[in-house]
Design a protein around this ligand. Sequence first.
Ligand code: HEC
Length: 190
Amino acid sequence: MRHALLIASAGATLLAACAANQAGTGQNVTSADAASDDTYYLRAGMIEQINPPTEFIWNMQVEVMDDYGNFDSALMTQEHWANLQDQAQLLAQASQRMAEASRYVAADPDGPYANAPVGTDLAAIQQRLDASTPAYRALSDNLARHSERLLAASRAKDAALVTQLVNDMQPTCKACHDAFWYPEEYQNQP
Ligand code: HEC
């Protein structure tokens, strides 16, 4: 079941991953970095920094998994391990940066992400961010800690632990999305 969910989730965001990979992950100065003060523009952060390494890792899992969806060290080349380490490190750095911000803004009104897709209500998200900044920071910190464990496991080339941590990544994302992105959908509110 978890296997099926994982693949569904990897497939659903494959297009985003391709676009992000073409743009180059993590190396460019991005609008998420460009905040001059300690403000974190989270839509830019999600699109440019948090999502690309995650997608890369999920897509790699599909490529190198055994019949049970586990990372199979027999299918992992040196390049796979090196890429996994790089992407886990990017995710750890990006989520740490998010955790350390003092102020969260859904989207920079003058930036490229001010027009969110249908279903993303930036004003409602901003209200939740302002009302619950410490909770947002704590959920960011959870992701940072989780990514650091994944980085350590990938450096140790521990395929079983990598599998466990990658499988548990999506719930770490979802915990924050459920609370800050679209709680209406989950709480049956208008
Ligand atoms: C601490 C909170 C938090 C965590 C943790 C988090 N997100 Fe998000 N994410 C948000 C919020 C809030 C939004 C809605 C605003 C937006 O669209 O960017 C969002 C939106 C997104 C979007 C949609 C971006 C868009 O608008 O097109 C993607 C993709 C995404 N997150 C990926 C991830 C992934 C992958 C992870 C886990 C590795 C993750 N997020 C973890 C808060 C979080």
